[in-house]
Design a protein around this ligand. Structure first.
Ligand code: CA
Length: 229
């Protein structure tokens, strides 16, 4: 599963090495060398995971993690702390802040990848059967039902998967290629415009109750489902 991973690391060599390893593992790294820089990136698009160095110039990694965890929009992003500090006390502090895991430098690419995989598996909500409700729109994967208020919504299987993915990954922009990866599973034989066709069908099905407004087109980038319309 390819994931967008925000790497917040001020040491260029380590940042480079991590980014290289993430690409090798099939992920998409986005880089920042300070918490302030990272915050700007997060404002634009939510990553699937943050690799966060503890010791940063300016705001520390811990402060940045606290900030992400205190904001409703960013609260759910998993965080793995990277640190040279191996003391047990520090580890506890990192985890109390809301970090999902903790890696002590130096670490091997293999260890890093294994941790990332574990955290993503644990935190990937589209893998679960939990009912999700946003703005009165409700999707229940176990019974395969969608309703808008009291009104049942009939969807085709692809629209259902698309909606479920968008509803479990709100507030971030998904490119057509990302959606093909996540919803279709393999985009090699599917054209990007296929996504537009299914988005159109999905919006049409949600139109009678005005829930089509939840799905926003981000020009030049893709689509976003937002509960704050
Ligand atoms: Ca550092």
């Amino acid at each position: 599963m390819p994931a967008t991973i925000l790497v917040v690391e001020d040491e260029p060599a380590i940042q480079e090495l991590i980014a290289y390893n993430l690409k090798q593992a099939g992920h998409q790294p986005v880089r920042a060398d300070s918490a302030e820089h990272a915050l700007n990136l997060v404002r634009t698009a939510l990553p699937d995971l943050v690799l966060l160095d503890w010791m940063l110039p300016g705001q520390s990694g811990i402060e940045f993690a606290k900030r992400l965890k205190s904001d409703k929009r960013t609260r759910e992003i998993p965080i793995i702390m990277l640190t040279a500090r191996a003391e047990e006390q520090d580890k506890l502090l990192g985890l109390e802040t809301g970090a999902d895991d903790y890696i002590t430098k130096p670490f091997s690419p293999r260890e890093l990848n294994a941790r990332i995989k574990a955290v993503l598996r644990r935190r990937a909500p589209e893998m679960t059967d939990d009912t999700v409700e946003i703005g009165g729109l409700r999707i229940d994967p176990s019974s395969h039902r969608v309703s808008a208020g009291m009104t049942p919504v009939a969807l085709g299987p692809t629209e259902f998967r698309l909606l479920h993915y968008l509803m479990t990954h709100t507030e971030r922009v998904h490119s057509r290629v990302q959606l093909l990866d996540q919803v279709w599973g393999d985009h090699v034989f599917v054209e990007e415009r296929t996504v537009d066709v299914h988005i159109r069908r999905l919006r049409k099905a949600l139109e009678p109750t005005n829930h089509d407004r939840l799905i926003q087109t981000v020009r030049g980038s893709g689509y976003r489902l937002s509960g704050t319309v």
